[in-house]
Every structure is written in C-alpha cells, then in structure tokens.
Design a protein around this ligand. Structure first.
Ligand SMILES: *Cc1c(COP(=O)(O)O)cnc(C)c1O
Length: 469
C-alpha cells in the first residue's frame, strides 16, 4: 500500500514523537546496562547472519521491530566505546551534547556545502574553527573546516602543501615537480600518510619515515639529515608532518624544532594533533603543544579526545586561500561560488553534513573549562594506573601527558600478547597490544568520562593477575 509506505518514510508529527520517545527509552535502558556487561562482542555470528539474510527488503516490517532487532544485535555485536573499562583506541564514549546535536542536524538535514543554503549552520562551524584556531595560537586570519576524520584532514594538508609548493601542481599534478615530492613524518606517525600519498598521486615513496628519539618522538636531527639528503639528490621536500599525540603512545614530536626546519627548508609544517589537540582546552596541559601556533595547518579529530560522535575531524590552516586554490571549481547548477564561504570550493567534500554542531553544542554547554576537566581527568586516571603498575614492578615505556599508557610487564611475567588475550577474553576490560620503540607493550588509554578510579584499579588488578596466571 503506497500510502502506508509513504507514511512510514514520512510519518505524522504525532507518530514521529511517539517513535522517538520509544527509541529514547530503549536506548537509555540498554546504555545504562553496558557497564555491567561485557566490553567485547558476544554475538552469535551464524545466527545473526541468518537473521540478516532474511531481511531481504521484499517484505516491509514495522520500524519498531527492526530497530529493536538492531539495538539488540549492536548491544552484543560490538566492542563498546561507552563501556567504562574500554581502555581502548582513541574512540570515545560520545559526549551527550554531541549525540544530541546529531539529532538536531539530522532533523533539518541542512546542505552546508553552500553558504546561502544554510547560513546559520555554516557560520556555526566557521565560528568553532576560528575559536579553536585562536586557542591553538594560529594567526588571526586562520580558517579551515570540518572533515570526516583525521585522515581527510591530513589528506587536505598534503594537497595544500603541494599546491603551495608549486602552483602548477593544480594543473599538472606530480609532473609539476622536477623530482619526487617528499613528506616527512616519524616512524611512530599514523601510517594513513602512505594511503594519502597514494591518493594524492605523489606515490607512497613520497613518505619519508623519520627515526624517533628512543622515546617515541620524531628525532629532529634525523629530520634535518633527511631534508638535506633530499635537497642534495634532487628530491623536492614539501611538508613536515609532526604528530601531537602518536596513536601508539600519545607522544608529541618536537614542534618547535620542526617549525624551525620547516622555515629553513621552506616547506609546509603540518601538525597532526588528531588526538592531542584537545589539550588546548587545558591551561595546565596546553604547554605540551608549545609551537603548534607556528604550523601552516593542524588536524584535530573532535571524535577522539573531544569525544564527539564518529566522523568529526577538523582541518585548520593559517592560509585559508590555499584551500580555494586547491579545491576551486565552478558549475552552473550551484547557487553560488564564493571562495570565502562556500565549502564545496574550499574542501574535499561536496555535499556535507552539519557535523561541527557536535563540538559546538558540547563546547557551548561546558566551555573550554569543561573540556579541560575532561582531559585532565583522563591524564590523572592514567597517572593512577601508571603508579599502581610501577608499584607492582611493571615499567611504563612512554612518558606522555596525553592519557595513554604503554606498559611492560616485569621480567618473568607472561608475554604481552598472552596478557592482552587473557584480559580481552575475560571480557571485563579492553586493552590492546602494540609496539613502542621496538618493544611489545600493553596500551591503555582513557577516553570515557564515565571511567572511574575503581575501573582503573580493577584494570591494574586484572593486569597483575593475568601476568602471573
Ligand atoms: C586517528 C588518527 C588519525 C586518523 O584519523 P581518522 O579520524 O581515523 O581518519 C590520524 N592521525 C593520528 C595521530 C590519529 O590518532
């Protein structure tokens, strides 16, 4: 019955309210129980696949039963970011304001690629970007935009650096360069750089992975040597990509030295602060980012330490006009083509979701101070974890102020892989295994504002126990 189906897609406003209220009740009931349950999936995969296959889109079902099915299968079918003992990757339990903002954004569904279609939303995003740029100490005229994540922001940085290095890059691509364009990042950097080089058409050989200093930070002397060697051999240095908060260990590269070398070799300085950028909120901890204000561009992922819902990255730059140089295009069907405000001529995306509202609503609700508390809390909890592990004879391999701990069990203990496997299998904590400075370590990170000292103490006890058994 076509009318019924149209009603299902576009219900009356009374029906809409009934459904959203019901959904809120269900989600609240499920979410409030997550902490008492397992962190990792317990899904019966064959059964799930059979049920999924039966949803063949031939027979319509009511939205209540399909969404109840989905909520239940997601409850048992994922690693829970919202679990207070998920000491995981940089994926956060989302802040409530960011989740709330998603609903506002989805309800209006503005098209924000053109200012004139959604001036309110476009200006809210631009406001957040400007406030953040100023907080980082970037120059007054800085700008930028929201991205799908850190990878898109880092990709944007490479395109900007190439375009600025050689205006002919716009027309000729990599052929514009007389030698291999080069981008320098540390061995501990996020290796999406390799994909980005490939995607940018400069090839994976463009990425030079610089040695670290033994403590997880880019070695500035090795960087200088690499730049000099490339100049001598006819390669074309284009960009230094310093990391502020490495994915493995939360380490921050020497930003001042990188800025000096960028100036000396006339290359673009990008700071990938996908995780660490949130330190800017804290008066006490922002000094960790000293030098970031000298960057040509910065990546910050609001879906990491700012705990926005997934898919909230940011690209900030001291040279907004380069964005239009790189991304301009004109078509007859777009309502306008204003390079100062229209995002489709300033960024990689065309149609865009209003994602900046997630960070806007959260910042407006708790202020910089609220996020200062959030990051300081994470750092304090990791300090507590480190102290108890040191007390138990373990070693902390990384010296970070970014709520990430890389732990090494004492001599004679079980190996790192077995300890992590025991923890993850017991399904009461989630930690990961990684390598830091060529050594296997157990990595724990705090992203969840509901994680307590009790949760951290429970993790230390579980680690100590798993190391022995
Ligand atoms: C997470 C991360 C990225 C990639 O960001 P996505 O949002 O996953 O695309 C890049 N750099 C660093 C340092 C990261 O931690």
């Amino acid at each position: 019955m076509p009318t019924d189906r149209n009603d299902a897609l576009f219900p009356s406003f009374d029906r809409r309210l009934e459904l959203t209220t019901r959904l809120d009740e269900r989600l609240n009931a499920v979410l409030s129980e997550i902490a008492a349950g397992p962190v990792s999936p317990t899904l019966d995969i064959p059964r799930f696949r059979r049920q999924l296959a039966a949803i063949d889109f031939a027979t319509p079902q009511d939205i209540e039963s399909v969404s109840d099915w989905l909520i239940e299968n997601m409850r048992v079918g994922q690693v829970h970011m919202t679990h207070p003992r998920y000491f995981g990757l940089f994926n956060p339990a989302p802040t409530f304001p960011s989740e709330y903002a998603d609903r506002i954004s989805a309800a209006y569904n503005p098209q924000i690629c053109v200012w004139s279609h959604a001036p309110a939303a476009v200006e809210v995003e631009a406001h957040v970007i400007r406030q953040l740029a100023s907080r980082l100490g970037l120059p007054e005229a800085s700008g930028g935009h929201f991205t799908s994540g850190g990878s898109e922001a880092n990709h944007t940085a490479v395109i900007c650096a190439l375009t600025r290095a050689l205006p002919d890059f716009t027309r000729l691509g990599a052929r514009a360069f007389t030698g291999q364009p080069r981008v320098y990042a540390s061995k501990e950097s996020h290796l999406a750089w390799l994909k980005i080089a490939h995607e940018s058409g400069i090839g994976r050989d463009a990425i030079v992975l610089i040695d670290t200093d033994g403590a997880g930070r880019m070695n500035a002397n090795a960087l200088q040597d690499a730049l000099e060697a490339d100049v001598d051999t006819g390669n074309c240095p284009v960009m230094i990509a310093a990391t502020a908060g490495t994915t493995n260990a939360g380490m921050i590269d020497p930003l001042r030295e990188c800025a000096e070398l960028a100036r000396e070799f006339r290359v673009w300085l990008h700071v990938d602060a996908a995780w660490g950028g949130a330190l800017a909120a804290s008066e006490r901890l922002r000094t960790e980012l000293d030098g970031i204000g000298r960057a040509d561009s910065v990546t910050i992922d609001a879906h990491k330490w700012f705990a926005a819902t997934m898919g909230t990255g940011m690209f900030l730059t001291a040279h907004p006009p380069v964005l239009a140089d790189a991304f301009h295009v004109s078509t007859s069907y777009m309502p306008s083509n204003d390079q100062s405000v229209d995002l489709y001529v300033n960024s990689m995306q065309w149609s865009r979701r209003f994602i900046g509202v997630r960070l806007f609503l959260a910042l407006a609700t708790v202020g910089w101070d609220g996020f200062a508390e959030h990051v300081e809390r994470g750092v304090a909890l990791i300090d507590r974890l480190n102290a108890s592990m040191l007390g138990a004879g373990w070693r902390v391999a990384n010296d970070a102020r970014t709520a990430v701990s890389c732990l090494v069990p004492p001599v004679g203990a079980r190996d790192v892989a077995s300890i992590v496997a025991t923890l993850v299998e017991s399904n009461n904590h989630w930690v990961s295994m990684t390598r830091f400075e060529d050594e296997p370590v157990i990595r724990a990170c705090i992203t969840n504002g509901r994680t307590t000292e009790n949760d951290v103490d429970s993790l230390s006890a579980a680690l100590v126990h798993a190391a022995k058994s």
